[in-house]
Every structure is written in structure tokens, then in C-alpha cells.
Design a protein around this ligand. Structure first.
Ligand SMILES: Nc1nc2c(ncn2[C@@H]2O[C@H](COP(=O)(O)OP(=O)(O)O)[C@@H](O)[C@H]2O)c(=O)[nH]1
Ligand SMILES: [Mg+2]
Length: 194
């Protein structure tokens, strides 16, 4: 089975639960006292997708404004961006829109955007409606899902949704890769002989 490495970055305000989502997805673990991310952290998880394996290379960024200038390092070359807001904090939804704007202006052309409305276990104190999130996601062609890293709701589904949006490898492309390898091998064998 072919393994495809897919760089994914998490963006969004501090405290919305980016690191908690990654920790739930990768380790199936939730920590109430999770420490704030400094700079960025990196984790991987491989999941089946059709007849391929998707190895997610996940870059979890710090949301603080002072790290903002580093963000392009993480979204550059990303196959997908997970942009997270907290459903109990309207201003985090506003920040999410700023990230989307930045990705549209400076991000990779075909980046898959996935919006996660996290902390859906706290819907009693909700400030952002699902309707608003859906309408916004539709307007920019993004996936949208409400998650709870705490209660393990929709975290797997979020990444499955991303996997489904990644087009399968073109078989013709495989063919040309094979040809390139052959070419390189024959080159090596000619150089190795002396
Ligand atoms: N109730 C609730 N709290 C959460 C959830 N996800 C994260 N948190 C809490 O929100 C705070 C910030 O989480 P963290 O993952 O560090 O956010 P980050 O700054 O976006 O990485 C921590 O106290 C987490 O325990 C969730 O789904 N539900
Ligand atoms: Mg964090």
C-alpha cells in the first residue's frame, strides 16, 4: 500500500484547543492542564484512506500574535490546514476568518481547509452558531465540523474529512516515477563500476 505524507498545520487563537485536538487524534488523550505551545510542535499519525495510507505530518502552531510571522513556515507546502475556533468565544471565530484570508492570499493554491469549532461539549455557553459556521465554510469551500477534544467528538471525522478531499495519486504519475527511478538506478550502476 502506498504511503503518502501529507503536511497539515493547525492554526487559530491561543486556547481554542489546537494542541488538545492533535493530542486526542494522535494519542487518544486529553489533558485539562495542557501547557501552552511554544513555537510549534510536530506529531505524525498514519491512517488508511481508500487503497492508500495517509501519513499526516501535523504541525501544531502557537496562536500568540508574536508567533504570527512564523506561521508561513508551517502552512507553506501544507496539503491541509485545520483552522480552529472555540464555539464559546465569538472573537476566536473572527480570528479564524483572518487566518482563512491569509491562507487564501499566501497559502498553497490547492490547500484543503478544514474548520473545527472546538469545545462543543460546552454548547450551553455557545457564542457561534453551527449555522454561521456552516454558511461561512460553504462560502470558502471548506470542511466544517464541531469537535470536542475533551469528549472525543468528531476529531477522527475531521481528519477523515481531510483524507477524502485529497485526490488519490494519479496512476500515470506512478508510472513516470517508476521510470525516473529506473533512470537513476542505471546512472548509479554506471558510476559505481569504477
Ligand atoms: N471543555 C473543553 N475544553 C477544551 C477542549 N479542548 C481543549 N480544551 C481546554 O482548553 C484549553 C486550551 O487548550 P489547548 O489545546 O492548549 O489550546 P491551543 O492553545 O489552541 O493549543 C486547555 O485548558 C484545554 O484543556 C474541549 O474540547 N472541551
Ligand atoms: Mg497549543
Amino acid at each position: 500500500m502506498a504511503i503518502r505524507e501529507l503536511k497539515v498545520c493547525l492554526l487559530g487563537d491561543t486556547g481554542v484547543g489546537k494542541s488538545s485536538i492533535v493530542s486526542r487524534f494522535v494519542q487518544d488523550h486529553f489533558d485539562h492542564n495542557i501547557s501552552p505551545t511554544i513555537g510549534a510542535s510536530f506529531m505524525t499519525k498514519t491512517v488508511p484512506s481508500g487503497n492508500e495510507l495517509h501519513k499526516f505530518l501535523i504541525w501544531d502552531t502557537a496562536g500568540q500574535e508574536r508567533f504570527h510571522s512564523l506561521a508561513p513556515m508551517y502552512y507553506r507546502g501544507s496539503a491541509a490546514a485545520v483552522i480552529v475556533y472555540d464555539i464559546t468565544k465569538q472573537d476566536t471565530f473572527h480570528t479564524l476568518k483572518k487566518w482563512v484570508k491569509e491562507l487564501k492570499e499566501h497559502g498553497p493554491e490547492n490547500i484543503v481547509m478544514a474548520i473545527a469549532g472546538n469545545k462543543c461539549d460546552l454548547s450551553d455557553t455557545r457564542e457561534v452558531t453551527m449555522k454561521d459556521a456552516r454558511e461561512y465554510a460553504e462560502s470558502i469551500g471548506a470542511i466544517v465540523v464541531e469537535t470536542s477534544a475533551k469528549n472525543a467528538i468528531n476529531v477522527e471525522e475531521l481528519f477523515q474529512g481531510i483524507s477524502r478531499r485529497i485526490p488519490p495519486l494519479d496512476p500515470h504519475e506512478n508510472g513516470s516515477n517508476g521510470a525516473m527511478k529506473l533512470g537513476r538506478q542505471s546512472f548509479q550502476s554506471t558510476t559505481r563500476c569504477c
